[in-house]
Write a protein that binds this ligand. Sequence first.
Ligand SMILES: [Zn+2]
Length: 94
Amino acid sequence: MLLIHCPWCGPRDEIEFKYGGEAHITRPTEPDALSDTEWADYLFMRTNAKGLHRERWVHSAGCRRWFNVARDTVTNEIFASYKMGEKPPVEGGS
Ligand SMILES: [Zn+2]
């Protein structure tokens, strides 16, 4: 079981959260200018990192806010939790 630190509520059990996929994916500003391949890359292609990975989580059984987590996908060690829009506090990885 993971112990995830919600930036607003503090540390809570993993069962209170839902995983939201890779973090820091930016929607293209001009989607009509993209080719079908570029649009498909934006929609479906994600990093399958082994090691440090930045991902979105929502505290669904708590404050219901979204935030980012920097986690090692091999060891499940969580290095940091940070609010949306904040710069990742851990360098490297995806
Ligand atoms: Zn919370």
